[in-house]
Write a protein that binds this ligand. Structure first.
Ligand SMILES: *Cc1c(COP(=O)(O)O)cnc(C)c1O
Length: 377
């Protein structure tokens, strides 16, 4: 059986979890949380990196920090995970979905401006498969129209756009450490905050609307309720697992990139004769091998390929029923312009097995099965 995903484990996680228990500090913001935040700040250059209980919660913090109010509009792709939309919907916003580019599956930056109305407050680009959106264009539009930018960088840890880490270009960036992501803590995420003036409010929102973080740093002599907020900090046990992973980030990424490159090389002959399409990484971007996908001709061919692989004990998956055609998306959002690519491309895309430690033989087995499928069909 070749699994679609196996959660990353590098060794060292158990020791750090034991240390967290021995420290007699297992709630949030202990030593391991601090070490993870410091690692993220150093690696990304973000002014502040706050560990959260999920990327979903980091996105919710982003929406709170953008001061999204009922009636506001947020521009995002329809081809994304529900959390990108829910974060803003929970604040009363309407989702305005924009079509994607077929080459990267990211929001089509050239269509954003036409979706702006006098109610638009923010843009939420999603760096699909760890390949960054066309951020210069997006930031230029946001600056000219006075909009906030919340990057859904759930899949994009260590990816870059023109040398800048994904998640650090907009006002806020949201990372995920779910077990399906490159680097994990089971459930968890992080909010990257670009500017110092937003960092303090982010800390308060994360700590139930109190200034407790300042109190613990000795900057004030008692803490109190100062703003709206919730509880978004993960336990030290999760942070301890994460820190072992972050320390081994290079090892994890090298393994994934090697598998990604092997898929690409193995499947290129099929792409060259036009049977399938392979991912495109723009020159401005470096990616983190979060995902390897191919595109079949259409929905029917993709379904046949999934069944063919399944019969050979290979698990492959697709995802994201476009949000604008889902029951909640129809009620809580609208599509701006024409859906030229979102539905069509989402029906063709198939994700192949990829995890830290996947072997060359396993990648080759998957590719051989795909080649045989196309030979006989
Ligand atoms: C995984 C993912 C999320 C949600 O991450 P959680 O940490 O599970 O909340 C949000 N957006 C995208 C694009 C994702 O891939």
């Amino acid at each position: 059986m070749i699994h679609f995903n196996i959660p990353p484990h590098v060794g060292g996680e158990e020791e750090y979890i034991s240390q967290a228990i021995a420290n007699r500090k297992i709630c949030g913001d202990g030593e391991f949380t601090k070490r993870c935040s410091a690692w993220l700040e150093e690696q990304t250059g973000a002014k502040r990196a706050l560990l959260t209980t999920s990327c979903t919660h980091a996105l919710e913090m982003g929406a709170l920090l953008c001061d999204i109010k009922p009636g506001d509009e947020v521009i995002l792709p329809s081809y994304t995970f529900v959390s990108t939309a829910n974060a803003f919907v929970l604040r009363g916003a309407t989702c305005v979905f924009v079509d994607i580019r077929p080459d990267t599956m990211n929001i089509d930056e050239t269509l954003i401006e036409a979706a702006i109305t006098d109610r638009t407050r923010a843009i939420a680009p999603v760096h699909y498969a760890g390949v960054a959106c066309e951020m210069d264009t997006i930031m230029d539009i946001a600056n000219r129209h006075g909009l906030m930018v919340v990057e859904d960088a759930a899949q994009a840890i260590t990816s870059t756009y023109k040398g800048k880490p994904a998640g650090t270009i907009g006002d806020f960036g949201c990372l995920s450490f779910h077990e399906t992501k490159n680097i994990s803590m089971g459930e968890g995420g992080a909010l990257l905050v670009r500017d110092a003036k937003m960092a303090e409010r982010a800390e308060i929102i994360r700590e139930k609307g109190t200034n407790r973080s300042k109190f613990f740093r000795g900057e004030i002599d008692k803490y109190t309720w100062v703003d709206e907020g919730s509880s978004y900090l993960p336990s030290e046990l999760n942070a301890a697992y994460l820190f072992a992973q972050l320390e081994n980030a290079n090892k994890i990424q090298a393994s994934r990139l090697a598998a990604w490159d092997r898929y690409f090389a193995n499947l290129s002959p099929l792409a060259e004769v036009g049977r399938i399409e392979l991912p495109h990484v723009p020159e401005e971007c470096t990616h983190n091998a979060h995902m390897f996908y191919l595109k079949a001709a259409d929905l029917e061919e993709r379904s046949a390929l999934i069944a063919y692989l399944k019969a050979r004990d290979i698990s492959s998956v697709f995802h994201y029923i476009p949000l604008h055609s889902s029951p909640a998306g129809r009620a809580l959002g609208r599509f701006s312009g024409e859906d030229r690519y979102t539905t069509r491309e989402s029906e063709r895309l198939l994700r192949l097995p990829l995890w830290y430690g996947i072997g060359e033989e396993q990648v080759d087995t998957v590719c051989e099965a795909i080649a045989t499928f196309y030979q006989q069909s």
